[in-house]
Write a protein that binds this ligand. Structure first.
Ligand code: HEM
Length: 128
C-alpha cells in the first residue's frame, strides 16, 4: 500500500524569512535579556548599598572589556525593546499595518536602536 505524504503545518523551514519576523523574535529575546540586565543593575545597586569595597569590585568587573561588552549589549537590548514597544504602540492606533509600512517600521526599529545606543554610550561612557 502506498503511503501518502501527510500534510504539514507551517513551520520555520517553510516560512520565507522576513524582517518583521526577525523583529518579533528579537522583541521576545530582548525582553528576556532585559530581565538578566536588570539583575546586573540590582547587583550594582546592592553593592553600592553594602559598601565601598563591594562597589569597587563590581565596578572593576563591569569596567572590564567583557563587562563593557555585556553592558553595551544590555543598553542595545533595552533600547531595541523600547523601540519595539513604541512600534506596538503605533499599531495600537491601527496605523502602519500595510506590508510595506510594517517592514519600514521594522527597519526603523533596528536602525534607531543602534543609533540611540551609540549616542547613549557616546554621551554617558566614552565622552564622560
Ligand atoms: C526591563 C524592562 C523590560 C523587561 C524585562 C521586558 C520584558 C518583556 C518580555 C519578556 C516580553 C515578552 C513577552 C512575550 O513575548 O510573551 C515583553 C513584551 C513586550 N514589551 Fe517589554 N520589557 C521591558 C521593557 C519594556 C518597555 C520599556 C516597553 C515599551 C516601551 C515594552 C513593551 C513591550 C511590549 C509592547 C511587549 C509585547 C510585544 C508583543 O505583544 O509581541 N517593554 N517584554
Amino acid at each position: 500500500m502506498s503511503v501518502r505524504a501527510r500534510p504539514t503545518s507551517p513551520h520555520l523551514q517553510i516560512y520565507r524569512w522576513t524582517v518583521t519576523m526577525t523583529m518579533s523574535i528579537l522583541h521576545r529575546a530582548t525582553g528576556i535579556a532585559n530581565y538578566a540586565g536588570m539583575a546586573l543593575l540590582a547587583i550594582w545597586l546592592g553593592a553600592a548599598a553594602f559598601g565601598q569595597d563591594q562597589l569597587t569590585m563590581v565596578n572593576y568587573i563591569y569596567g572590564s572589556w567583557f563587562g563593557q561588552i555585556v553592558l553595551f549589549g544590555f543598553t542595545w537590548s533595552l533600547v531595541h525593546h523600547m523601540c519595539g514597544g513604541l512600534r506596538h504602540f503605533v499599531w495600537d492606533t491601527a496605523a502602519m499595518m500595510e506590508p510595506g509600512q510594517r517592514e519600514a517600521m521594522a527597519w526603523a526599529t533596528i536602525i534607531a536602536s543602534v543609533i540611540i545606543t551609540i549616542l547613549i554610550w557616546t554621551a554617558f561612557v566614552w565622552m564622560a
